[in-house]
Write a new protein. Sequence first.
Length: 283
Amino acid sequence: MKKLALLTFAFALFFSVNAQVETPQPSPFSKIEQKVGLTDITIEYSRPSVKGRQIFGSLEPYGGNIWRTGANKNTIITFSDDVTIAGQNVKAGSYAIFTRLNSKTDWDVMLYSDTENWGAPGEWDDSKVVASAKVEVMEIPFNVETFAIDINSITNNGANLELIWEKSYAAVPFTVPTGDKVQATIDKALAGPGMADYYNAAVYYTTEGKDPQLAKKWMDKALSMVDKPRFWHLRQKSLVYAAAGDKTGAIKAAKASLADAEASGNAGYVKMNKDSLKEWGGL
């Protein structure tokens, strides 16, 4: 009897490992990607269907039952920026969506920090609820066979997260930090180029043999924006000055780069600076 059981297990294991027949999932996976303002939002979830059943109030009972808001693995929403839901700040990141079904017209839609549950958590932890929105559930005049999540009523500053299934519709408004992000780009642009912009432009012009005097001007501007230029900055400064015909300035920059490279234990820059100084008559 034991040998027969082992043989049966071996056959089952063989066929499960080597099975190549693929069949449709009862609740197919779906992925939504939506930009709201300047914020990227992704929702990954599985979509169950009614299939002749009564869903809300029966399969998913009212009275505080926590519904996974989909099927299979947790429904997960990801925000690229901090957002605000029902007056609560939600940090950028990924969250599971759970819904507490209070009654036919009253749900709580919750974002949960633990996304690794299969269905509702075995032990609910209120400390993991990062935001909860009480929403009015409206009855729609037609039947939606397959559960759907969508992002609609999109403006520059927010949108609605919508849940639609059977004859029920609920929307969770949220806002995104578009104003702050746009203002940051405006402030940066109006402030003019930064150190890296001037520095990279100077190095590029020198490498490509373009306008050495303009490259020198840009390098000076870049390093004026640094409290203490390091050996790699000074190395490039020496090359820019040499290309511009300022050998004295090139030697001075190379010596400063050499001293910092020696103090930092960077043998590669030590050698490069010594080679240049010999070429320019600085050693």
